[in-house]
Design a protein around this ligand. Structure first.
Ligand code: BDR
Ligand code: CA
Length: 322
């Protein structure tokens, strides 16, 4: 059965590659995108979704909804053009397809969830969690119709990327991240532990560019790779954080999971802000938490890179990799 997916994202480079991947994978049907602040302001995130839709002539019935403008902390967000480019598309400046200004249409999210409630709709959150948390605050009964939530976020016993301890999506709005974990019954967390392994090498990008179906991938990932390489000259490629999160909706066998309670450190500016803590002390009754006695979440802690590579390259080139 085709997986109906509602995406919440901050539509930078890896978000955009995830949308393109979802478009090419016939097992995934992205039925809507909520465009939030995060890597870039929400207006640019929305323009990027429309740009991708135009580029691939995607069915205009896919809703694009304007999401949160700032985090629940009330701060003004800091954007990261050095990673994702001024417009979130690396070197590309998309036409702002909304000359008439951008419609604030967030209630569409309720309509989409109700429309697909009998089709096992899943939500894939690949940005800050502010808009998704708002859904649990305003529409808790509607959210009972969502089959599962996959979120890109967190870093468990590995270095963060926003600070030495915390990952950017959880760091950007730690209040929202904890609120979603406290309220969502079925969550899969795809943290840096696995997304840092989901590398697109320059060779992969050049091959996709030669034989693939999307010429935008190369400029996007070349720009993304330059950022990572100047920070770590030994890095082999760029981490497709959001792509591997979307892939998890279909290819669960790429991961090793554990079920653990998760606490997200709050706080304003400390290095620990947004840090994700899971309790794996051996004397704690893991069996109890694995059985969900305490609210536990499924966390992907290992990735089978060969499976990731084969699936990603197959979908992005239309050829068979195995
Ligand atoms: C996450 O933060 C964003 O910059 C990326 O798009 C990804 O969703 C990685 O920490
Ligand atoms: Ca993202």
């Amino acid at each position: 059965m085709v997986k109906k997916v509602l995406v919440f994202g901050d539509i930078g480079i890896d978000d955009t590659v995830a949308l393109i991947y979802g478009y090419f994978d016939d097992a995934i049907d992205i039925v809507g995108v909520v465009a939030n602040y995060g890597n870039i302001p929400r207006e640019k995130a929305l323009a990027n979704v429309n740009y991708v839709r135009e580029l691939f002539d995607i069915d205009p019935s896919i809703e694009v909804i304007l999401g949160a403008e700032k985090p629940m902390t009330g701060e003004n967000p800091k954007f990261v053009p050095e990673i994702h480019g001024e417009y979130g598309l690396g070197p590309i400046e998309p036409p702002l397809l909304n000359e008439e200004g951008v419609v604030e249409n967030f209630f569409e999210v309720v309509e989409i969830i109700n429309r697909y409630q009998d089709q096992e709709l899943v939500i894939v959150n690949i940005g800050r969690l502010t808009s998704l948390a708002t859904m649990f605050i305003l529409y808790p009964s509607v959210m009972e119709n969502v089959r599962h939530i996959y979120m890109m976020g967190g870093a468990f016993w590995v270095p963060g990327n926003a600070t030495p301890l915390s990952e950017a999506n959880f760091h950007g709005d730690p209040i929202a991240a904890q609120l979603v974990l406290n309220n969502a019954p079925d969550v899969t967390i795809i943290p840096l532990n696995v997304t840092q392994q989901a590398m697109a090498t320059p060779e992969m990008v050049d091959y996709i560019n030669r034989v693939g179906l999307a010429k935008i991938i190369k400029p996007l990932l070349d720009y993304y790779y330059q950022f990572y390489k100047q920070r770590n000259p030994r890095i082999q490629g760029s981490p497709l954080h959001d792509v591997v999160t979307l892939m998890a909706t279909i290819d669960e066998d790429m991961f090793m999971f554990r079920y653990l309670p998760v606490e997200i450190i709050q706080g304003v500016n400390g290095v620990e802000r947004g840090q994700s803590i899971a309790d794996i002390r051996p004397y704690v009754d893991q069996q109890e938490s694995e059985n969900g006695a305490e609210k536990s979440h499924r966390i992907a802690l290992e990735l089978d890179y060969r499976k990731f590579y084969n699936k990603f390259m197959s979908i992005m080139t239309g050829q068979v990799f195995h």
